[in-house]
Design a protein around this ligand. Structure first.
Ligand code: BT5
Length: 278
């Protein structure tokens, strides 16, 4: 039996949790949209203040990075866009992707007791497959506090994927073997997002990145990183304080990457003491 997302429960949760209210003051739920991120960006460009969470039961044009699509069937999963207006400068916005990744990992652990990991920069993995993706987008609205839209897609209960995704995608249900209550997961994720963003705002990126380092399956691996213009191969050595990946190339030089598609060339156990910049 499919259980709909319960907007009243979400609103009640927001109103009764002070920390969460600092992040979200309005929650909207749509049955079917093209893309929750597109809607949030449109609202932002019309001057909507930060603090809005947009949920949808289904997306016709759910999007990933670089015009890719996000498989968004109705009724099984979570599609959420948060519109916020951070006090940080836009060059620091990638840190919110890292905080969102940590929030997803903690929420998955709280609800399913499974340990997910981050494939830098925006993929959440369970059992070597992608269970969730993060898409950060922004628009310039000329205002003082530029908007940031954080799109989050989580495969919660979906059990079959299109053929192309079957080898690479999983869901909380597939990985845990039991159906997960989408409402409990949604409320837990809102809580962990509020916790992580509050910590980032109060303490800066160091504690967040130190925690994420333990959950990042990319660090220490030999990787291929492709950007629209170029590709590099090397050892993923560190994540910088601004969220960028530091790659150590074959000739010993280092390269700092702010975006890209990472392919792990060979899975190796994570070393316990990877070097992080102080
Ligand atoms: C992402 O992009 O992983 C970001 C996904 C963000 C989706 C959310 S849903 C709510 C909000 N509104 C939106 O319109 N989007 C956001 P990227 O790293 O580019 O990964 C995209 C790739 O992941 C695709 O090319 C597929 O290979 C794969 N993929 C597509 N749908 C998937 C799914 N449901 N589960 C796992 N992998 C998927």
């Amino acid at each position: 039996m499919l259980i709909d997302i319960d907007l009243d429960a979400i609103k009640h949760h927001i109103h009764t949790h002070t920390d969460l209210r600092e992040l979200v003051h309005e929650a909207l739920l749509f049955d079917r949209v093209d893309s929750t991120n597109r809607m949030a960006l449109e609202m932002a460009s019309q001057g909507m203040p930060g603090g809005v969470a947009i949920f949808a039961e289904a997306q016709d044009k759910g999007r990933g990075r670089m015009n890719r699509t996000w498989f968004s069937p109705r009724g099984f999963n979570l599609y959420l866009s948060l519109l916020i207006r951070p006090h940080q400068a836009p060059r620091e916005f990638p840190l919110f992707s890292m905080a969102t990744a940590m929030a997803l990992i903690v929420a998955i652990e709280r609800v399913t007791h499974l340990r997910a990991s981050l494939k830098w920069p925006n993929d959440i993995f369970l059992n070597q497959k992608k269970v969730a993706g993060i898409l950060l987008e922004s628009v310039s609205d000329g205002g003082q506090a530029p908007p940031l839209v954080i799109g989050i897609g989580v495969n919660v209960n979906v059990s079959t994927f299109p053929e192309a995704l079957t080898p690479i995608a999983t869901s909380l249900r597939i990985a845990s073997g039991v159906r997960v209550d989408r409402n409990i997961f949604a409320l837990t994720l809102l809580d962990t997002l509020a916790e992580q963003f509050k910590r980032l705002n109060k303490e800066g990126p160091a504690p967040l990145l130190a925690a994420l380092r333990q959950q990042c399956r990319t660090l220490g691996q030999r990787v291929h990183v492709a950007t629209p213009k170029q590709a590099w191969e090397g050892i993923a050595e560190a994540i910088q304080e601004d969220g960028a990946l530091v790659l150590k190339m074959g000739d010993g030089t280092k390269r700092t990457l702010y975006m890209g598609d990472v392919t792990h060339l060979r899975e190796e156990p994570l070393p316990q003491t990877m070097g992080w910049p102080e």
